[in-house]
Design a protein around this ligand. Structure first.
Ligand SMILES: [Zn+2]
Ligand SMILES: [Zn+2]
Length: 271
């Protein structure tokens, strides 16, 4: 568990319309699961999607979702994990087994991450990504995509494989032009705390053109704590901070955006 010297941000004002944190990593946060869920629920974040990044943590995600009605699971080998797995096929078989469980609503996060990956890693990532797309389609689960510095290849591989009916770009990081491509294809775009960062105008431009019917919110906690709390630990209870900034960008009332997001998340994950 990462320990942070900085104190946790205060509870924000509760949302009047409850929403889901569409992407979180409770297993990497300082507080216990119960405590994190209670804090989130107290500010109107009544559902979370717990995302596993390797086989073991995907199993944990499935177990946690089985134990808590407000938690849904997503299971996958993270793109940075794919090149490190000793036996990729065996690991993928394990993911498929977990993905078939009823409390597992999505396959992800999968995709491509070219930020720190050499050519060998890219081949393994692409193979893993294609396999995850197939698993999602076979089992009729949502697909959760991690796309870092790999927009073109992610979109191309989705076209080549045929995207699942419900596809979510987690921590959406494309520009406005890409948001229009995603919108045309019906891909959901999930925005994280980085949409609040000062230097993130291109991301806000993307959010501005994203149709309200395809927008989700997430924390990706413990990462990407929204402003003004950058550098402090993130957790699902901070969703309202990001959602309020998003409402401002979209020129919508907080309640109307929250209503959209609540419906969109349920539609994306099928709950
Ligand atoms: Zn990610
Ligand atoms: Zn993540």
């Amino acid at each position: 568990m990462p320990k942070t010297a900085q104190p946790a941000p205060p509870l924000p004002e509760p949302l009047r319309v409850p929403v889901a944190d569409s992407h979180t990593h409770l297993d990497m946060q300082d507080s216990g699961v119960e405590e994190a869920l209670a804090a989130a629920a107290s500010v109107g974040v009544t559902t979370v999607v717990q995302v596993g990044c390797d086989l073991e943590r995907s199993r944990w995600a499935a177990e946690t979702a089985a134990a808590h009605a407000s938690v849904h699971a997503a299971v996958a080998l993270h793109p940075n994990e794919a090149p490190r797995v000793p036996d990729l096929d065996a690991a993928l078989a394990g993911i498929e087994e977990l993905a078939a469980l009823p409390q597992v609503l999505a396959v992800g996060e999968t995709g491509l991450d070219y930020f720190r990956t050499g050519e060998d890693g890219v081949a393994a990532q692409q193979r893993s990504f294609r396999a995850h797309v197939e698993i999602a389609k076979r089992l009729d689960k949502a697909l959760v995509i991690h796309d870092r510095d790999a927009h073109e290849d992610v979109l191309r591989l989705l076209d080549e494989e045929g995207a699942p009916e419900r596809t979510v770009f987690h921590c959406y990081s494309g520009d406005a032009a890409m948001a229009e491509v995603c919108a045309a294809k019906g891909y959901f775009m999930s925005f994280a705390g980085n949409v609040t960062f000062k230097n993130a105008q291109p991301l806000r431009d993307a959010l501005a053109v994203a149709p309200p019917e395809l927008v989700l919110v997430e924390t990706d906690a413990p990462f990407l704590t929204p402003a003004p709390y950058r550098g402090r630990p993130n957790a699902p209870y901070l969703v309202p901070v990001t959602l309020r900034a998003m409402a401002e960008t979209k020129g919508m009332s907080e309640d109307v955006l929250a209503e959209h997001i609540a419906k969109n998340t349920a539609r994306a994950f099928g709950y």
